[in-house]
Design a protein around this ligand. Sequence first.
Ligand code: GLN
Ligand code: ZN
Length: 768
Amino acid sequence: MKTNNLGFPRIGSNRELKKASELYWSGKITADELLATGKEIRLANWKLQSQAGIDLIPSNDFSFYDQVLDLSLTLAVIPEQYTAFAKENSVLNLYFAMARGAQKGDQDVVAMEMTKWFDTNYHYIVPEFTKDQEFSLFSEKIIDEYKEAKAAGFETKPVIIGPVSYLLLGKEKQAGFHRIELIDKLLPVYFEILKKLQEEQVEYVQFDEPFLALNLSDAERAALVSVYTKINEEFPDIKIILANYFDCFGENLATALSLPVHTFQIDLVRCPLQLDDILESNLLSEKTSLSLGVIDGRNIWKNDFKKSISLIQKAVDVLGADRLFIAPSCSLIHSPCDLDLETNEATLSTEIKQWLAFAKQKIEEVVVLRNLVSGEITENDQAIFEENTLANDNRKKATIIHNRDVKNRVASIVAEDSQRHNPFSVRRQLQIDALKLPLFPTTTIGSFPQTAEVRSWRAKFKKGELSQSEYDDLIQKETEETIRFQEESGIDVLVHGEFERNDMVEYFGEQLDGFAFTKNGWVQSYGSRCVKPPVIYGDVSRPQPMTVKWAEFAQSLTPKWVKGMLTGPVTILQWSFVRNDQPRSVTCTQIALAIRDEVVDLEKAGIKIIQIDEPAIREGLPLRKEEWAAYLDWAIKAFRISASGVRDDTQIHTHMCYSEFNDIIQNIADMDADVITIECSRSQMELLDAFADFKYPNEIGPGVYDIHSPRVPSSQEMVHLLEKAAAVIPVDQLWVNPDCGLKTRHWDETKKALIEMVNAAKQMRVAV
Ligand code: GLN
Ligand code: ZN
């Protein structure tokens, strides 16, 4: 039984790659220095895995930005707009220009589109295909890295995204064809790669085909059969590991298992039951092996060895140990690097730390598990097994995890708890009477510029260089100035500006029980950008109000309404590492109850309008459509629980900044927020059509300008967008606001843009 790894974090355990890339982009280090950093990281990763005892060590899992973009460059899928740039620049700079755009002299190219990698928080660069797309071997990165490893003494398993998934990850730049039709033109370049690898005497190659976890069309399934049959015919001696992850094969099971590959890598964390399906199906040919993904590559919990051993044993009984590999469930790029670096007892106690494993520790788990099952157990393995058993037992019994009151409260939730007292039609009149807002009321999404100065106050406060009262004074001053600006510019519903918040999830996590924080638990989100999700380890509760003080303070400054600002339960869940000892729905409901208490406290403090942000509702959707309903059911209910503790005349807002509402518009309506603000301007209000077609009943604020750009839009532009909105949504349902929060903008452009926005609303009021 061998050990297998699918991919290792490439950002470096101290984010060395992030730092080097950013220095290179700002011209502070040379290309050679950046390349050297990349090489060091690759070598360190190979060494670490080799020393730990991994048999199949991945290569080509490294990337300077994104593995999908790497492959686009490998296959020469370079959109035409970069042709001129490519002629005058290095391949490395072309690569970064495609990733992030480039402005240099008279050269000005925009970045390619980026989107989420399945249901993770990793973003990839979307390949673009034309109808007559040509493919050729443009970059030999995969071969070079294999050779590089070999020269350093490491035999590796090159990793590549399979041709079917690669095409499906992209999009058509023209109408009139489907990208899967390009498969026969694409395959020869894969052959070329395999031929070169064969010349280097490669033994294993891992083909990632994660689309096997999604609903596929017949044509897509046929492409898989054709591709892997041809590869097998042409390269019978290369052992192909076909990797699927993030869900089971589902209705693709028979197709998948019919493919003539050496090994199937399956995700037994997301989908442990599929092992029985596969073993009982009789579809696995006698020569085929299974790589059992038993270690969770997406979360930070220590594996439960006893559970894994019984799962592995089941496979051993049917297939025999020789046909098995032990592996993580997916690439470890979704895990932080190294738990050993966590030394801050105050935010991550030793008690909690003993329950965790990051990438380096997961590698060790893979090896120890293999040893435990195969019977070649060293003293060290035995010690790690005992430690694992103890940690898992401790975790189950730990008092810090369990909170009786929280569990009882969740158990006694009744239907009314997720229901406002009256339907929107009734609430609406009460809110009109209470709030007395004009037509086209203006507001913002919450945050105002988080300047370097504001961030420096927080850093100083954390270091003890500012006292609590000094820090509070500074934040108060900034808040007051923001309130004054909003009053002067004529905005109708004000916000306090969120200056006291580091991040919209961390800020709440820090104040809720059941959350812990890492010092260095970074995970790549896109390019050099990393996130450090909080760890939800226990029952969630709210020991005391979290935002009331600042909301009250801001409201005390002005006779206008100040909106209370909260992050919703689904978004807090989605952007954290979530405990795996109870269903996500239960954890989400616990968070919902905590937010509900905050909403009620805000109302008691005199706040009449409360916004509960849920930008992550859509990204939580499961990969397979048949699983959507179950998720949406608990997710929407969690939002409703958080929002339903208030009087009818208290107005609940929500905010989302994800495109494509079409397929979940009914569910968004079911959230029953009195007002929803959405990102809309980049699509020129097209996104609003879903709401219009549905006859969305409640009020809606389609974003009238893009906050991702420093550009100041004119009031005419915004009037134009509002007219488009007014053509499809009744005017008494419309609000006027930017696309999202303003925290990444500068004050200068923010002020100008908001003054133009108020102007646009005024023009609209005159016109109707
Ligand atoms: N209230 C948050 C802000 O304005 C919302 C951020 C978001 O939607 N991602 O910053
Ligand atoms: Zn937003």
